[in-house]
Design a protein around this ligand. Sequence first.
Ligand code: IFM
Length: 459
Amino acid sequence: MEHTALSESKDSLKFPDNFIWGTSTGGHQVEGGNKNSDWWVWELKGLIEDKTVSGRAMDYWNRHEEDHALMAKLNYKGFRLGIEWARVEPQKGCFNREVIDHYRRILQSLRDHKFTICLTLHHWVKPSWVADQGGWMNPDTVNDFLRYAKFVIDELGSFPDYWVTLNEPMVPAIMGNFLGRLPPHRHSIKAYRSVSKAFLRAHAETYHLIHSRHPLAPDGTKSKVGVAMAYPWIEPWNSPGLAGWYERIAAFITRRAAFAGWDYTIRTGKPHWIHGGPAVAGIQDTYDYCGINYYMRVSLKYDRQRHGQYRIDSTKAPPGIEVTQTGWQIYPEGLYRTIHSVWKRFRKPILITENGIADDTDKQRPRYMIEHLVQIHRAIQEGIPILGYYHWSFLDNFEWQSGFAKRFGLIAVQHDDPGLLRVPRPSAYLYSEIARKNAITKEMVEAHAPDLVATVFGD
Ligand code: IFM
């Protein structure tokens, strides 16, 4: 994991020579046909806000060749994709050979195009037989997951340059088990704690499994394993009086529940009070790199009307702050601050495993991208080893409870278009130019984030 120093230029922000310019996806969100999964069942129950179902999604399963060729044409150098457990093991203990061979062809095609492959083993979706046995609340589920992970590692372990054991484990733990906003819609602190601990164990054991069964990455260096961790920048609203005091406590607890408790356990090997004991065996120091998924700032505001949500409203933006179509606050500085705190905590190289914006018109995306990349560059200049940036997402995709209504793709795809035509948005070409030049030029900043020119280039 060599890190090359930056060469300075007056007219552009240069990135390190080996910087990975990639895009990111999740299996269920683009492949289509993930029928044996818990999400498929929920979708059919009409639980998605726009009443869509993932269905054929973007049919990446069948169109991967076309998609890889497009990525290569656009100079994208890295690709993050997921393996779907429900596809590989549709019934407990029965592995589907055709499916694993199909994934092998997908990965081989990525290898042929020379992409840096980042492979996720679990991105929220479980086989429905796992959901039926109680999901991550059932102690057997971790062992089941490890059996699946071992199978995938043995079959496909020669491909990944970077492994992601789990995508954003604390999102289903909090949103699905504590706040009830995602399936399985539980409202229980006990469930949050038990699911968090199951994820910690699943990560620790998968980390060691990868290192024991595939100690070397394709380039002959040590395998690189991590987690794609969601790091929203969480702040109290700072209302006056007692409300402000309550908001500060809420922010303190939310940070610990969302990432700081998890990070503490990985760093020290000790259980964090937010999850409770006992200690998870082998958990300490199980990151070879730190995966950061960063999108937004969240401001926690006291609201006495919100009974079910602990009287905290996390959806409001302070006056003057721009929000995205998902209502998320745009706060690039939060990425810089997150990179610093993750670096301070772990002293391990950092990979930005996700960053992006829902924007069907592509009005905000170019600026969002430039502003966040400027912050990454700033951190690199200060000596923090950042390996690469995987933009979320390559294609428009199935955006969980929002269905197909929210569009994160550099490439637009209409789910209801019979041909599922791939149409690059202007920002896909901007990103292509950034990747080709391995730099953000002054012209790009002038065109898309003009108010940054003076700060970045000093004129
Ligand atoms: O689409 C999701 C992804 O699955 C996980 N991280 C956030 C993305 C945008 O919401």
